[in-house]
Design a protein around this ligand. Sequence first.
Ligand code: ATP
Ligand code: MG
Length: 366
Amino acid sequence: MQVTRLWLTDFRSYRELELALDLGLTAIIGANGMGKTNLLEALGVLASLKSFRGAPTESVIRKGAAAAIVRAEGLRDGRDVLIELELGRGRTRAQVNRQRLRRGRDLLGALRVTVFAPDDLSLLKEGPAVRREYLDDVLVGLDPTADAVVREFERALKQRNALLKQCHGRLDDAALLTLDVWDDKLASAGTEVTHRREELVERLLPQVQHAYTTLASASGVTGDRVGASYVRSWSGLSLAHALGESRDTDVRRGVTTVGPHRDELAISLNGMASRTEASQGEQRTLALAMRLAAHRLLADVIGEPPLLLLDDVLSELDVDRADALLANLPPGQTVITSATELPTSIDPDRLLRFDPAGGDLIEDRS
Ligand SMILES: Nc1ncnc2c1ncn2[C@@H]1O[C@H](COP(=O)(O)OP(=O)(O)OP(=O)(O)O)[C@@H](O)[C@H]1O
Ligand SMILES: [Mg+2]
């Protein structure tokens, strides 16, 4: 779906906002704190029902308001689509073309977005959890049914961990029976999650390499080799078996020590671990390459590019890489924000500026 118009009510700093987007490149310029990220965040929430800032969904509700409303009008296969999301405290309501969806989550898949935000440096810098989340997000983008699989796994894990914690290192017969049940569930959902992630990494790697090379070669760096591999936290043929093997340890520690929640997506640059060896700029480029790779894969599979949201990306890259990014934007709709002027080499289809005086968002037609 392409978004032509966006309305916000009580979303973060916005009491009311109406905004038209171009089907090509829309640029939004404004000083720090004006609400640029909030805007992109709203589009992100429509797509994934969560904030890419990693904040709890309720934090998007404007301070003092009861609920936030995000509405977007757009086009899918040439037809008009209207999606609406109401985020209240503790409940989410969604509508597509004024038809109420049974659950908020049924909105997943209606709008797809790819986000690149300054925080994405954490994709390289932080522990494995952020990279697992990256993979799972892409899986859900490719196939919304993956959401149910991931959640089923998470539920089983939570319950198994609760049981392990409860039994304080000793299992009676009743607890043993219950543990068997959670092991079964965890093994089947966990195996599915692992297989899906592994298959995804195979498909993503060539795209990450391609995106990285495009950006890096702009600043004269050629021949860098990016690697990505999925590393399981368990060995042997089956997760069921691995859970059995680790049962004593798990009971003693009160936590599940093997499974997809402990797996890693290892990224390397020229054979060195990117988390510890790559430079800051290389990590930024890698993070961007990971996002662009997911973007291209989604576009191929869905047959339509997701909406690309680039938050403050220019301040993150050297001039040559920034130019290369903008000159090689994937086809489709893009919204970019910046606190500084855009390089003169790019000419957005629509340019919006926050008025420094009143904070209004005004179209720049010059
Ligand atoms: N729930 C909320 N209710 C009201 N205001 C909020 C809420 N959450 C955030 N804000 C306000 O939104 C503003 C920040 O907006 P945002 O992060 O979009 O700015 P920005 O234009 O992206 O700035 P920068 O250039 O620094 O990234 C802050 O002033 C913040 O106080
Ligand atoms: Mg911002």
